[in-house]
Each structure stands twice: as C-alpha cells, then as structure tokens.
Design a protein around this ligand. Structure first.
Ligand SMILES: Cc1ncc(COP(=O)(O)O)c(C=O)c1O
Length: 393
C-alpha cells in the first residue's frame, strides 16, 4: 500500500472520479475534495445564520479544508486541543482560535495562552474555571460557560459528558463577573440533530441562567447539531433551525443585542468530500474494499447512516454500467479484522466486480478525522474534483 500511495497530490485536480480512474488507476484509496461544494455550503451557512459562524475543526482538520472554509468567510475556529490550535495558527495566522473543549490540561492552557495567544475558553465547572484563571497569564479572557441541555433527537448526545447545571452555570458566570472578564453562555444540542425544536428548548434552559447571573452575558454560542441530509434521511433545512434559534431567543426575552455564535462542523464539510475506493474482491453480495470502518468510512457505524455510493469505471467502460439493475452490497474493509464491515449496505449496479472503483460520498465530516492506521492500511492521497458529489438518492 505505502509504495503506490507515495505520490505528491497537493495540486492534482480532475474533472471527476472517472477521469481520475482513467489517469491514475489507483489501487489505493483516494480522498477527494470538492472545493466548490465546500465553499458554497459554507457561504450559504454564513448567509443564513444570524451571527458568527465558527468552524469546528474536529470535523476535518485537513489544511486545505481550513483554507477553503476561511476563503468562504469563516474567521474563527472552534478548537479542542493544542494540535487543532496549532493547525489553525499555522494555516490561518489571522483567524481567531477559540479553545472550546470544556476540559483541558493545565499544560495545554499554558501553551494556548503563552504560545498561541488564545483568549477565549469554554468551561463547564468551577474547577475548570479556576484552572484557566490560575494558568493563563493574560487577564483579558473571554469565558464561555457551557450549559447542559435536555436530550434532543441528536444522533450523538453531548450533554451526558459536558455541560453545567443551571445552578452551577450561574455560580461559574458570577465568578467570571467577579474577575471582570467577558462572559458568554454556550450549549450543544448534540451532533446530527434532526429536530429544530431542540434549539428552542435549549434557549429555555439557558435563559434562566442568563437572567439569574450577575455577569453581563453579551454572547451566546448555540453550538451545532445542524444535520446533514444523509441518504434516506428526511432532514429539515438550515432555515428551520435558524428560525427556532431566533424565536427561541425572542421567546425567552434574551436581549436582541446579545450576539449569537455557532460552531458547525458536520453541516459545513460532510458533503464536500468523497472517497474513491477499489473493489479487491467480490463474494456474492459482499464487496471487499480498500477502505472501511477503520479508515474513512466509520460514520455509517457511529451514526447509523447510509452513505451514497456510485460505481466508477474508466471512461471507455462507463457505458457498460448505464442500465445495470441496482442491488445492495455488504461492504467489508481491507483489514484482517472481523469487525471491519459497514452496518449499512451500498446500492450499486449488480455487475460490480474486482478492480472496479466505488466513489463514496458525504465523508467530509469525521471520516478522515477518525481514520486509523490499523493493520497498516491508511490513505494519504488527496485530490480535488470539480463535478457534483454522488447523489444521496
Ligand atoms: C464543542 C463542539 N463544537 C462543535 C461540534 C461540532 O458539532 P456538529 O458535529 O454538530 O457539527 C462538536 C461536536 O461534537 C463539539 O463537541
């Protein structure tokens, strides 16, 4: 694997995956970016959200991704580790890096403060606030206090791990006020939430805190949860979520001039990337690919979603698949591990065979971020495509 992956692809661009296959015939998985798609999605989000859009770097930290997100208008980045802060500082020195992980090591706070000039932190406990106050030397800090919100219809709930109770949040914010630091309130309804009402419910929770604290809270970070329309899922448009946020704020009487922030990741980058995989073996309706659960295709496992997939053959062979009936295939990854299969099938032409390529869409969020080098399989080949991604159908 390593030999044939060892090519420099920074500037390699193709019109589409078929052109890529025709030229490179890659036996290794190829990570495909669609910069036009990424820019368009990010720009739409910025135009629709009534506040500052802060990109959650955890979803996709690839340097080129950070650049395209920035080019589309994002000026601030939600980071959770020194690695993420360093990536932002290196790629985008003028952008703001916010340290939004509610639990941080003392060493990382020290480096964020002393090396990377970070001034915005998130906490969800008094102990964490004390830690930040003790370690950070600068006094012009902005502290967001993260509040736990009720269970929503999110695929990934976050409030079991993070978030202060209302009482705790009021105490922490009061302490921030005593230190004469800027105060904000943050929450996160959970990733891939298909229920816009969850934002209204969250506003009801944080408005009590907003009213009761002595701190003058001028910013509310509504986190994320903005969903992606994965195959077969019915997902309300972004506008519906924004409506609930705006009405949630109005209904709870939070001042109109309290600024809103959000930290989307999944909704910004999922659709803009795909994986080009090759079929190593077909056994009946089982396909063995060169990428899988331990690589870039783990989201079907974690999020129980179905990813769009399309068969790719070299240009002169395309006509042969045009009218082939479709069927479901179970997908196995390249490792020698029994768990390396996807829980949801790919729907592909019935005549898929060894050596064919399959382009898998919607893997831009958490795909590469969660990929491992297990069993010696990994991909580091990246290209740019200019066509539309595989349809979600
Ligand atoms: C603090 C924080 N911000 C933003 C995100 C991104 O959320 P999403 O996946 O809903 O875009 C997460 C995801 O877990 C998070 O923990």
């Amino acid at each position: 694997m390593v030999d044939d992956q060892d090519i420099e692809t920074d500037s390699i661009r193709f019109s589409d995956a078929a052109a890529l296959v025709t030229t490179l015939k890659p036996s290794y998985p190829v990570y495909c970016f669609r910069p036009h798609k990424i820019r368009a999605v990010v720009q739409h989000f910025i135009e629709t959200f009534p506040g500052k859009v802060v990109y959650a770097v955890k979803c996709n930290i690839e340097p080129r991704m950070l650049s395209w997100v920035s080019e589309a208008g994002v000026t601030a980045f939600d980071t959770a580790s020194l690695t993420e802060i360093a990536a932002v500082r290196k790629q985008l020195p003028d952008a703001d890096a916010l340290f939004m992980h509610p639990v941080k090591s003392r060493a990382s706070i020290l480096a964020a403060d002393q090396v990377y000039d970070v001034s915005t932190y998130c906490v969800d406990s008094m102990a964490e606030l004390e830690k930040v106050l003790q370690v950070a030397k600068r006094r012009d800090l902005k502290i967001f206090v993260r509040v736990a919100t009720p269970r929503s219809k999110a695929t990934f709930e976050l409030s079991a791990k993070f978030g202060a109770t209302q009482t705790e949040a009021i105490e922490i914010l009061d302490r921030v006020a005593k230190e004469r630091m800027q105060a904000g309130i943050a929450f996160h309804i959970g990733s891939q939430c298909i229920n816009p009402r969850a934002f209204r419910t969250a506003f009801a929770v944080i408005s009590d805190v907003w009213r009761a604290t002595k701190a003058e809270v001028r910013e509310i970070d509504v986190g994320s949860g903005f969903p992606v329309a994965y195959a077969g899922q019915s997902v309300p448009p972004l506008e519906d979520f924004v409506k609930e946020i705006v009405e949630g704020r109005r209904e709870t009487g939070i001042d109109e001039d309290v600024a809103l922030l959000c930290e989307p990741g999944r909704a910004l980058v999922a659709d803009g990337c795909s994986m080009l995989c090759q079929v190593y073996l077909r056994k009946g309706n089982k396909l063995y690919l060169n990428d899988g659960l331990y690589g870039n295709l783990s989201e079907p496992y974690w999020a129980r979603i179905r990813l769009p997939a399309r068969l790719i053959r070299a240009k002169n062979e395309i006509h042969k698949t045009n009218n082939a009936p479709l069927q479901d295939f179970t997908i196995f990854g390249p490792t020698c591990d029994g768990n390396d299969f996807l829980p949801t099938p790919f729907r592909l032409p019935h005549d898929v065979r060894e050596g064919d390529w399959i382009e898998v869409g919607q893997i831009g969020a958490y795909g590469a971020a969660l990929s491992t080098k297990f069993n010696g399989f990994f991909t580091n080949v990246q290209v740019e495509l200019s066509d539309e991604p595989p349809p979600t159908g």
